[in-house]
Design a protein around this ligand. Structure first.
Ligand code: ADP
Ligand code: GN1
Ligand code: MG
Length: 362
């Protein structure tokens, strides 16, 4: 189905001017679409949901409806247009459409003046990202977690992620294990650290909350001029989770001295200034709601998330690159090495990061 037909289904008014693919995400196919109506231009996002990753996309759309309605209530109409995603409905009153090729499609308004960043040079903007994710979590503190579908079971269960890695290594369907053995062994030797948060969750020492679970900092929109944080996007994995997951995933993406898939490992490491900037924004928003134990173990989040993602990228490499979109042949392996290297650097700086968190906790 053509983009124009999809836009018609979502009842977008006016004349289609142009559209282009947005390549930043690793999962869905995303298009920016521009329409003109009564002499004014309006932008929209059309997305084709990845059905290999998301087995029940209608559950995602139910979760998103609940979450966006809940957050909208905290704003007036004008604020909502900046801070909350607004999904379009078909004439049947639903927020998705399945086309003849069985593609699962959705459309929503492009937030005006918004940009995303894959790297953060401005520490103020990074602090804003921390504040945006912190605020998002606080806004969901009174959301009924039992109404949420678990979109990807065990999404951040690092113990299960490690089991999957071990299973893929023992099957070795593509014959790639020998090539990655050193990295594999390094990850396995850090299994206790990687599974530490899961253990604390299961023994009740830290609480389950409603979290975003994919806090890559290109999932926050910023005003292109002022750097003000706008909407938090990519709500596909909003599910019960740990505060440390949201904190950790954001840090491992944005406080890396390089991009998350940097091939030259000498460039990869934890940037403590960036760590502090994100932490200032996030912890100031959330610390009053956190338990003492949660705050004390928050520093583990970035380490666990980097190890978990290294395990996930390596698993996908061993399985033959089925899950993450890859731009070149060994992309998943490069990503895995980068995340593992970052995790080791974070481990060596653990004491300093604990102090940074303490500094901003109320
Ligand atoms: P993926 O799950 O593949 O990461 P996202 O939902 O994060 O998909 O969208 C991919 C990119 O599209 C984002 O990083 C952002 O740059 C852009 N984008 C998505 N939604 C909007 C929006 N409502 N307004 C502006 N840009 C958006
Ligand atoms: C995926 O969709 P995107 O690109 O924001 C992935 C995250 C990973 C990230 C790594 C549903 O996020 O878990 O951390 O890639 N999302 C899903 O870049 O698996
Ligand atoms: Mg995204």
């Amino acid at each position: 189905m053509e983009i124009k037909q999809i836009c018609d289904i979502f009842r977008i008014k006016g004349e289609l001017k142009e559209y282009s693919a947005i390549k930043t995400g690793n999962i869905n196919k995303t298009y920016k679409v521009t329409y003109e109506d009564n002499g004014k231009t309006f932008d929209y996002i059309v997305q084709d949901i990845n059905k290999f990753v998301f087995k029940a996309p209608e559950h995602i759309m139910e979760n998103i409806k609940g979450v966006t309605e809940h957050i909208s209530k905290k704003y007036d109409e004008q604020e909502s247009e900046k801070y909350v995603l607004d999904f379009l409905q078909t004439e049947d009153g639903v927020n998705f459409f399945i086309d003849d090729d069985d593609r699962f499609l959705r459309a929503y308004r492009f937030i005006p003046r918004s940009v995303t960043y894959d790297t953060f040079d401005d520490l103020g903007v990074l602090e804003n990202a921390g504040a945006a994710f912190g605020r998002f979590q606080m806004q969901l503190a009174d959301f009924d977690a039992s109404s949420l579908h678990e979109i990807i079971p065990n999404f951040h269960n690092t113990a299960s992620r490690y089991e999957a890695l071990e299973a893929s290594a023992s099957k070795d369907v593509c014959g790639r294990l020998e090539e990655v053995k050193e990295l594999y062994d390094a990850l396995i030797s850090n299994k206790d650290t990687a599974t530490s948060l899961v253990k604390m969750l299961s023994d009740g020492s830290i609480p389950l909350r409603v979290t975003h679970n994919d806090t890559k900092c290109n999932n926050v929109l910023f005003d292109f001029e002022t750097g003000e944080p706008l909407a938090v996007i990519d709500l596909d994995t909003v599910m019960p989770g740990l505060t440390a997951y949201d904190f950790g995933d954001a840090i491992r993406f944005a406080a890396n001295t390089a991009q998350e898939d940097e091939p030259d490992l000498s460039l990869v490491g934890l940037d403590l200034e960036k760590y502090e900037a994100f932490t200032a924004g996030f912890v100031k928003q959330t610390s009053s709601a956190m338990t003492e134990q949660e705050l004390e173990t928050l520093y583990l989040g970035p380490i666990v998330m980097a190890l978990e993602l290294a395990a996930r990228f390596l698993t996908d490499y061993l399985d033959g690159d089925k899950y993450f979109k890859c731009n070149y042949e060994k992309h998943n392996l490069v990503r895995a090495k980068c995340q593992a290297h970052l995790a080791m650097d974070m481990i060596s700086k653990a004491e300093i990061t604990k102090q940074i968190i303490k500094k901003y906790a109320k």
